[in-house]
Structure formats: structure tokens, C-alpha cells
Design a protein around this ligand. Sequence first.
Ligand SMILES: [Zn+2]
Length: 464
Amino acid sequence: MADGARPDVFKRLLDEGQLPNIQREIIDRGTYRTATSVFPTTTGPAYLPMLNGAFPGTMNVTGIRWFDKAEFFKDRWSKAAKRTYVGPEAWLFNDDMPAEFPTLHEQMERPYNVFSVITRGVPKENDLGATGKSWMYIKAHYFAINHPVDVSAYERMMRGLDLNPEFFFVVFPCIDWGSHYYAIEHEQTIYSYKYLDFAVGEAVKKLKAQGRWDDTLLIITSDHGLTDTPTHMDLAKFMRRKGFRTFAHPNTFTIKPQAAVMISGNAFGAVHLLANGPEILRGDDVKNAFGVANLQELLAEPAVDFVAWRGKQDGEFMVANQHGEAAIFGKNGQGYRYQPLTADVFGLGNLASPMDAQGALDATFNSTYPDGLVQVEQLFRGSRAGDIVVSANPGYDLRDRWEIPEHKGSHGSLHREHMMVPFVYNQQGWDSRNARTADIYNTILDWMGKPTRENSDGRSLLRG
Ligand SMILES: [Zn+2]
């Protein structure tokens, strides 16, 4: 997991010969391609498709922060009413994942993990990132000393390779961190790509020495891209200016809140409207609760790319930008259509014939919002997705000043700059149709001769 790696930067470094080990050992005998991530494109939820085979909405883990309206109205102090995985609640991530979506770890004999928050099924002694992780992460976060964490990932991975793993998930976090704290092409960030290349080279050397390399599937991918973010717009402050008493991290002690704002990545925002009680709002009820004029003003904000909400009917979704609205139709992987109403918000024209999930991916893969139809639909499968979802324009995010140090890069949106990730593996001849990171799950199970999972949002790429 090259967390935060962008396919264009990755490809440029490859073409310049700056990732020689990955080029020689993986790509020359394998494949370089790109895949789509998930909405929201944020660390944690965007690991779910690979490790659990399911989208964030399917699993109702709809962001790195989320709010649960129904739970909130049952008991506002309930642990299940809100979450931020940034900080001490991170360990709740495993419990928040529904059991019917088992992790790859749970299906392997000898699973190992370094630095992923998803550890369900990893025996304690096989979680090689656990010891010493917190202090190292805190230090790296506040003092922006990132590089030692990748070194530590490498050292732990090398130690783990001596323990005969069947499955090994290793996170190299520093491309993401370098992009957040400096810039996506800052020398620190580029250094992290090169360090990954070194680590891969050493791992392959070791696997060759062990006689295991020919029997190893090695995949390098990412959970999201990032974009440089010179401008912050605070969505919670916007709501407060519009007269909503607003609950948002870190201010979660709001008396009688009328709205909850949950930001992920920081280019994704979920707004829950609370004045009408626990019901999840649909159609015009959303506009009425938010205020038509407020919505127009939000859409006119330069930071806002588009907003989305549930349509009146089940399987209907609305997307709007400053120019107007369009409708998306589809449900559980079937019947996807897209219809501009007052504007072609996703720039796709009219897609009137129903498509399955693969067709909807193919129709949008090269567009501004890759996999946009399925991704909007899957997100709203989750009851915690919010009544209104805001996707930020590249160059902006939705959270002011709370991040220490200030974030100079962001992700989370449905824009292709965040959605597209490198997808590199040491195999050839797999299904060449467009792929999602969600396909990695069943592909790994299939490659290992284990049964694939029917309820997965992805498919095995070993089958056409
Ligand atoms: Zn990430």
C-alpha cells in the first residue's frame, strides 16, 4: 500500500528510471495500469475494498469521520453516534466493519500486517506494526518527520518475510504524509516513492533467496491520489453562518445541534440535517431542510465542486453544481443510468441505457469523475453517509485551521485527481477491462485458490 501515490507521478518516476526495482522486478514481468478507488477517497475507508472487498457505503464506514443520525437520536452520547478514526477511536475500526465482509486476513492461514488500521483476523503477534506505532506516528504527525516511519515499515516487512507469511499487507504512509505536509511533488514526497522502490527491491531479493518469489503475487497500489491545497474553506463554519448550530470535530459538545458536519481527507464533507429528527432525508426534503438559497450559496463557493443527495425514489440520486442538477439511477450494482436535468454535472452526456457495475465503470473511467455513478450510489447505501455530501474542487478542502500542521495537500473527493491510483502487479494476462481497487480482494482469493466472495463489490480479474 503506497498510501497516497498518484498514478501520474508514479509513471513519470518509472519512465525516468527512478523506480528501477519496481520496473525490473514487477513491471517488466508484470503489469502497470491504473484503477479507481472509492468515494470518499480517504485512508481507512479506502482500504476496505482491498481488504474486505466492499465499498465504504456497503460497509457503512462512510468516512474517516462519520455521524449516525439514528443512533444520535436514540442516545446522543452513544459510542455509535459518531466516530473519528483520527486519534484514540482508531481501534474501533475493526469492530465497525460488518462481519459478513471478512477481511483477507480472516481467510488466510498466516496473515501479517504492518501499519494498516484494519487488523481483524491478524493474530496479535503477527501485527508487526503495533508495537511502538503510536508514539512514532504522533511524532511524525506533529513534527513532520515522516521518513523514519517508512524505514520502520520496511524493517518490519523484512522481519515479517522471515516468518513465512501467507498474506502480508504493508502500508508505506509517507507519500501521503509528504503530500499533506509539503506538496505532491515535493522532494520529501518523491523521496518516499523512491524509498518504496528500495523496499520492494529488498523484499524481492529476500523472496528470491527463500525460493518463494516465483510463487508470490506482489501488488502495489494506493487508496487515493492527492492534490495540492492552497485554499481552505470550512464547511462547518459555512453551516454556522447559515444559522445551523453545528456539531463538527473537534467541537462535538454543541448543545442541541441542528447539523453535523463530518470531513474526510479533507476534500469530502458529509452534512447531516438534524432539525427533522432521525429520518434520513430524500428528494426535495433535503433542499427544504437545508434551504434552497443556502444550497445555491454553497454551490457558488469556489471550493465546492458538486454536492449529492438521495433522490425521492429508492435507487435515485441527485448531483448538483453551480450550473444545475443531474440525476443518477442504479441500485446494488445494476441498472446504472445518468441523466442531465438542468446541467450535465458529471460531463457524461445522457447515459440512458441501464448499465451493470462494469459498464458504468467503463462509461466513466476516463471522465472527470471515474466510476462516479456507482460511487455515488454505493456511498448512499450507508446510513451514515449524510443527507448532503460535498465534494471539493482540486485546490481546495473543506476544513479550516484545525489540522496541525496545516495540510497542504488533500484527498477525499470524487475527482479523478483523487480517484485514480496506480495498480501494479507481477503478473500478466489478467482481465484488461477497467478495474477498481475493490477487484483486488476477489483476485487475491482466486489467485490463492480460495473461494471468492459473492457479496463482494469487486470481481476476480483472473476471470474474464
Ligand atoms: Zn491514504
